[in-house]
Design a protein around this ligand. Structure first.
Ligand code: ADP
Ligand code: MG
Length: 440
């Protein structure tokens, strides 16, 4: 089979399947690189785009290839100036077989922008990567979707392998763990399965919350966990919520998850969001005015994946129309995206927050707004301000206004104060979490 043939047919399929816009955005600049061992290597010269495509479109492309050629050809996006490798272990064999699998090479600590909202999680991961199993074990990072969990987890893998390329690092999602487990049961290869995981030096398990309700997989994971922990293997896990909020999780497993250090990532501040966009642009080699970056950051605040996707949309549209990017056309391009982002948040109002917080602490709404400095009022007040900044789209001056005409520094101070306490004070963390749940 000629590569040009494969490429042409694939593109025909993709054009049919994807919207014109999506096709143009992500596929029109790609080039076929080579075809070997039934793998079609597709080249881009942008590392960021490579990872983006792998994450979002690989399945679709594989599907098209399968349909067109009824033979298992799979796609592999490559970018020639980067290649970090990760050691993985073949699932079938009871021995270690090292394979150099392409990994998300841009998911490094260096590419991770640090802000108040993620510095604790970042520092914990960094520390674990520099001294596996010597500092925090296990380490659990929790955060909502798109806030950098996978990025940090893979940064740990990349870092460890950079120092020791033979380290036995395993990265996988808990979903994949479950699938492999079920598969090994069906094929009577449970020993090989156990051997593989129980001999790792570093086990990185992403999205642990998927284990909820899967009793047998939880049990297997529990034993894996114990064996690894006893043999001083570093375990790092991520979850979309703290262990205590994962329903249908066996108590003994929950206890294990809470054994070590737990760090969370909050949605990043405006400044951090702008910094993230700027750092993504460095890899992209296009010029976008600061006003546009600010506009995106002001409007997309709860998910960094969405933030990136907004940026890519704008770049793509400008490539397509050959127009320079400015604030005007950016607003137009992002119309839809911004509408949904705001409507998902719009149910939480500042009034709502004030009421919940005052009720929770058994004080009056007025106590939140007044100037009295007694301790039992100051903390709830700070919490209400913190939550309002986090959960509503209002600016600092607007928030100050809503809290009895205070200036924006007061809000900023309250927000910082809570953020610094939250890392140390478990009770406070719990309170804030409860309040957030009740608001959502
Ligand atoms: P999660 O696993 O929490 O859903 P990801 O780790 O997949 O989120 O992050 C989504 C995207 O946002 C990724 O492309 C990641 O590189 C990017 N990202 C998240 N946090 C940061 C950060 N602090 N600095 C730079 N990029 C980030
Ligand atoms: Mg993830």
């Amino acid at each position: 089979m000629e590569i040009s043939d494969v490429w042409q047919k694939l593109n025909e399929q993709l054009r049919e399947l994807l919207s014109k816009h999506t096709y143009q955005t992500y596929f029109s600049t790609l080039k076929p690189h080579s075809l070997s061992n039934n793998i079609l290597y597709i080249k881009t010269d942008n590392a960021f785009l490579k990872d983006w495509l792998t994450e979002h479109y690989k399945e679709i492309v594989d599907d098209c290839l399968l349909k067109t050629f009824s033979k298992e050809i799979s796609a592999n996006f490559i970018c020639e100036n980067t290649s970090t490798t990760i050691t993985t272990i073949e699932p079938e064999t009871p021995q270690y077989v090292k394979t150099n699998k392409k990994f998300f090479s841009v998911y490094t600590f260096e590419n991770f922008i640090i802000g108040e909202s993620n510095q604790f999680a970042y520092a914990s991961c960094k520390s674990v990567a520099s001294k596996p199993a010597k500092t925090y074990n296990p380490l659990l990072i929790y955060a909502g979707s798109g806030l950098g969990k996978t990025h940090l987890l893979q940064a740990i893998a990349n870092k460890i392998l950079e120092t020791n390329k033979d380290a036995k690092v395993i990265y996988l999602t808990s979903e994949r763990f479950i699938n492999e487990y079920i598969d090994s049961l069906a094929k009577h290869k449970i020993k090989a399965f156990q051997y593989k995981y129980r001999n790792a030096e570093v086990l990185l398990i992403d999205d642990i919350h998927f284990l909820a309700g899967k009793t047998r997989s939880q049990e297997e994971f529990f034993h894996t966990f114990n064996t690894l922990y006893e043999s001083k293997c570093q375990i790092v896990m991520t979850s979309d919520r703290p262990p205590r909020d994962i329903k249908e999780l066996e108590e003994r497993l929950r206890t294990r998850l809470e054994w070590g250090l737990i760090a969370d990532i909050q949605p990043p501040s405006l400044e951090t969001r702008i910094a993230i966009l700027k750092s993504k642009l460095k890899n992209l080699n296009v010029k976008i005015p600061d006003s546009v970056l600010e506009f995106i950051s002001q409007n997309v605040y709860s998910n960094i994946r969405e933030l990136e996707s907004a940026l890519l949309k704008i770049i793509a549209a400008s490539n397509l129309t050959n127009k320079e990017i400015n604030l005007e056309n950016s607003k137009n391009i992002l119309k839809d995206l911004i509408k949904t982002e705001n409507s998902s948040q719009s149910t939480i109002s500042i009034d709502n927050i004030k009421q919940r917080v005052s009720k929770y602490f058994n004080i009056s709404v007025n106590d939140l707004l007044c100037k009295k400095r007694s301790k039992n009022l100051v903390l709830p007040r700070h919490i209400a301000m913190y939550l309002s900044r986090k959960l509503t789209p209002y600016s600092l001056p607007e928030l100050g206004q809503a809290f009895g005409g205070k200036d924006h520094v007061t809000i900023l101070h309250a927000h910082k104060k809570i953020l610094s306490l939250i890392d140390k004070d478990i009770k406070l963390r719990q309170d804030i979490h409860n309040l957030e749940q009740s608001l959502k």
